[in-house]
Design a binder for this molecule. Structure first.
Ligand code: ASP
Length: 456
């Protein structure tokens, strides 16, 4: 049975990390399809190659400074030197880096995507060279040859369905190790377009689904996904197994180990995901599995908080009876190109919660003014200080009291709650708090549900 193995940026940051990856690939002959990120950070203040490429794209159009170009060459060259690749073998990588600014683009967004995608493209070429040197029959697969077709959004593309037909027709030898670059595909107009940042995980799921492979090992730099963020909770309990939808809800609100969009092709292809650690490959990691037959062991699986939200609060008597009110509101959002996340409402009140990364101060002011003019609320308030706490677990389906317990924990601890959203998803409760209270809310909920559970 074949496996897809994907390695994140820190797993490929330098020669030593590369060596661990090579050992992982060699240790199991089922690991025949490899997906790589661009080299990531070697230490906390380091710069990822993707960010260097963004800098290179800017520098090459501005002052001609070569800081980023030199640094990018150094990063790949160091890995090549670690494995003592001949200069002639490495030459195509060097030439490609030097020639990146030569390509002409009408649209600057596609120019940026082209630069960014090369972090993964060159790393996949290099990985194939290293594996070949070590005697493995490895082959670099270019997404354009494999037919990995994505939508026309240069830097936030999504996969198009024809990709799966194309991948199913990919010809390869059973013994070959195929090396795919993560993070990008080709648009129907044959332009390179990338997924959103952190999107190499998505390629792993697409490739597994497309090639009909049912196990996707995602190697990163933690030994498991934890119940809560280890930066907030000291040694949180690890999660051995969780469902796709638990992972989606948790990664939406802050769990960053696995990309939330990457779950979708895995669900469609019934691919089991195993998140593992490159630095501790023997550890079992976390399995992400379908809901059917899943037996939750605990009432909740994870708790997380996310700060990138803002809310618009409206109050007017009999708001609930006004026909077409939501339509008018949505038309305003549509006009400004704004998407909303949640819209909990009462009889006289409505709160709309947004991902605030899509706003600047001017849009906020224009939006509020227009809502005031069109809907005439008695009170209209823009709330910038907004955090969402997500309490997630398949166990909540059976034990509905878990949601009320989480809320009562917060009230006992004196943490004000400004929104509760329960019911749309049966496996999660969303709680709004101020940003200053968010970490403490996670700590209190975690300790309530996990105080007796063995720590990691
Ligand atoms: N290299 C890309 C990024 O830094 C994609 C990834 O690593 O998943 O966002």
């Amino acid at each position: 049975m074949k496996k897809v193995v994907k390695f994140g940026g820190t797993s490929l940051a330098d020669g030593r990390q590369y060596q661990k990856v090579v050992d992982i690939i060699k240790s199991n002959s089922e690991r025949k399809v490899v997906v790589v990120s661009a080299p990531g950070k070697r230490f906390d203040d380091d710069i990822k190659v993707t960010d260097l490429l963004i800098q290179y794209a800017q520098e090459s159009q501005q002052d001609g400074s070569q800081t980023a170009q030199t640094e990018i060459i150094t990063r790949y060259q160091a890995i090549s030197d670690y494995f003592q690749l001949d200069a002639a073998i490495f030459a195509p990588i060097l030439d490609t880096i030097l020639a990146l600014p030569d390509q002409e683009f009408i649209d600057p967004d596609y120019r940026l995507a082209y630069f960014k995608a090369h972090g993964e493209k060159l790393n996949a070429m290099l990985m194939a060279m290293v594996l070949q040197k070590l005697g493995l029959p490895a082959r670099f697969i270019d997404p354009s040859q494999a037919g990995l077709i994505v939508s026309d959004n240069a830097n936030s593309a999504t996969v198009l369905p024809e990709t799966y037909t194309n991948l199913a027709q990919l010809k390869y030898d059973e013994e070959e190790v195929l090396v795919f670059p993560g993070f990008f595909g080709i648009t129907p107009n044959e332009q390179i377009a990338t997924f959103a940042r952190g999107g190499s995980d998505i390629t792993g799921s697409i490739v597994a689904r497309g090639l009909g492979i049912s196990v996707y090992e995602n190697f990163t730099d933690v030994s498991s996904i934890y119940v809560a963020n280890p930066k907030i909770i000291d040694h949180p309990a690890p999660i051995a197994e969780m469902t796709y939808r638990e992972m989606r809800e948790l990664s939406y609100a802050g769990f960053s180990v696995f990309n939330d969009e990457a779950i979708i092709p895995a669900i469609e292809g019934e691919v089991t995901i195993n998140v593992k650690n490159t630095n501790d490959p023997q550890a079992p990691g976390t399995m992400i599995v379908p809901e059917d037959g899943f037996q939750p062991q605990y009432p909740i699986t994870g708790v997380t908080s996310s700060n990138h939200f803002s809310a618009l609060y409206l109050h007017r008597y009999l708001l609930n009876q006004e026909v077409g009110l939501t339509l008018k509101l949505l038309q305003i959002f549509y006009k400004y190109g704004i998407s909303y996340e949640h819209m909990p409402s009462g009889i006289d009140d409505l709160t709309i919660i947004f991902d605030n990364r899509q706003f600047n101060q001017t849009t906020i002011e224009q939006l509020c003014q227009e809502v005031q003019e069109v809907l005439h609320p008695d009170t209209l308030k823009w709330i910038d200080d907004y955090s969402i706490i997500m309490v997630v677990g398949e166990g909540m389906l059976r034990q509905s009291k878990a949601a009320s317990e989480a809320i009562s924990v917060l009230s006992q601890k004196g943490i004000p709650v400004n929104m509760i959203n329960q019911g749309a998803s049966q496996i999660s409760t969303m709680i709004g708090t101020s940003r200053a209270d968010a970490d403490q809310a996670v700590i209190d909920i975690y300790h309530h549900f996990f105080k007796n559970r063995k720590e990691a």
